[in-house]
Design a protein around this ligand. Sequence first.
Ligand code: HEM
Ligand SMILES: [Cu+2]
Length: 624
Amino acid sequence: MASYKKEKSVIWDWLTTVDHKKLGIMYLIAGTLFFVKAGLMAVFMRIQLMFPENTFLSGQTFNEFITMHGTIMLFLAATPLLFGFMNYFIPLQIGARDVAFPFVNALGFWIFMSGGLLLSLSWFFGGGPDAGWTAYVPLSLNENQLGLDFYVLGLQVSGIGTLISAINFLVTIINMRAPGMTMMRLPLFVWTSFVTSTLILFAFTPLAAGLALLMLERIFDAQFFNPTAGGNVVIWQHIFWIFGHPEVYILVLPAFGIISEVIPAFSRKRLFGYTAMVFATMIIAFLGFMVWAHHMFTVGIGPVANSIFAIATMTIAVPTGIKIFNWLFTMWGGKITFNTSMLFASSFVPTFVLGGVTGVMLAMAPVDYLYHDTYFVVAHFHYIIVGGIVFALFAGLFYWYPKMFNHKLNEKMGKWFFVLFTIGFHLTFFIQHFLGLMGMPRRVYTYLGGQGLDDFNLISTVGTFFMSAAVILLVINIIYSAFKGERVIGINDPWDARTLEWATPTPVPEYNFAQTPQIRSLDPLFYEKVHGDGTMKPAEPVGDIHMPNGSILPLIISIGLFFGGFGLIMLEMDNPIVSPWIVLAVGAVLTFGSMALRSINDDHGYHIPKSVVQADLKKWGGGK
Ligand code: HEM
Ligand SMILES: [Cu+2]
């Protein structure tokens, strides 16, 4: 067994870490970088559409930007940002010392990263994929477009990372809860993360299968989809949307979870209708799988299928409405603090409702025949995705920031950021509803002037500049606050909040809880403030704490998968510098070799001795 406190360099420490808190921060940083990248593409697309017949971007580049913007935002920005919060806060909220499989957790992060980098490499090999984020065949069968191979293999690799991380969250939430933390006492963020992980399990598997088929067709000349060889293009659409519709809920349910944490904390009331919220989450998840064909109304699947999928889709409004009203009732009569976090959380509610209403409109099949592939759809899903998920991410960022980084973000700049972003958001996307109603198609890189589209497109683009200014202000805020922000070191609970993560010391020690807490209620910390002395009761005596060792193997395994994916893509290149089979072999050796090493190596982790834990307790307080 390794000795305690081996000195490691900072970089080596982060490359080998299996600590859920560090991995959470790494997810946040990676997600932010991808968010900025995809955001810049959005700005460029909007600049292109600012004036009629603009020539800022070529049609080909525009198609590549659309595809990469959507793909990156969904898979490499929104998902990892949510995973960042999940990684950091699920163990803290359930009173655990880490996730169930810390090694797998690190593996999930690095595999996700290597898939993301693989996808991004497409720019250096003839341009990004250009068939839209849905990669519809036969567009995505274009032999001359190497970018599509990067799409297929980049998503395949990063999807493996997402899948194993989700399985890890499921096991963690089922197995690692502190004594007394029953399922019906889980914070809503943990509940929604649990349901989201289930969705990932059942949605990313069909995606993996679909991508595998597309890979076989593109690289090994199989014929599943190619109509000229007897294949069927509609099969791809079914497989894609059986994944693609649940994907929206994979992103939005944890966003619901964040809102359900922030609103009670700053309304100084318990969440209204906890049980209903839990069951509404499950019903939304279940229905989310039943409605995929509403993306295919215009494909010609027939009036009966269209009607069934239309009604199933509209049904989702019921559990969603339950959630909306429960948030409103939570705020109703509460002592509300409108700080930046609460501003985002409370304005999430009406914005999301707007996106939901246009969703119900699109769910009516005959109406969809009119709106399909117009800017109305673009407006609809950005109200859900930006007005919902991104607003929730910002609410969560300002709320949890002090626990993660030991200081608060500046409130004054935060409020300016909120104002700028909200104005920009509505300017950009509200107007697009009308562009759509006036018939402007989506996924076009230019339009003729004098058709009544000019002014609205200009306004929409100006809105994007407001949002960009807001994001720059957020970055300034983060840098400024790192030096000048209000310190909360030693202050465990700066918001006077309700849930268990605020019972840990700030900064959070590597073992999270010196003693596993005894949970006596929903909102456990609030319960102890009212019925106890304000600190959690321990469920175990102070003792040695067992911790897992860090490992470089997750990084090496994912480098192996990177080579594997790249090798497959090289099979499609005209004159590769080395034989693709060599690259594939290197990838296989790295991946399977590291796996074998991991299997035969007996790693028992290490112990933090009782004396160190006791010293910490004396310093930070809280123990008995
Ligand atoms: C915040 C500022 C954003 C702006 C200004 C923006 C802008 C755009 C534009 C101009 C398009 C092309 C529309 C078309 O012609 O069909 C687009 C498409 C898309 N956006 Fe965004 N977007 C933003 C944020 C997001 C976010 C946060 C996400 C997801 C997390 C997202 C997901 C998508 C998707 C999936 C598409 C469809 C891509 C495709 O058709 O293949 N966007 N966006
Ligand atoms: Cu859908």
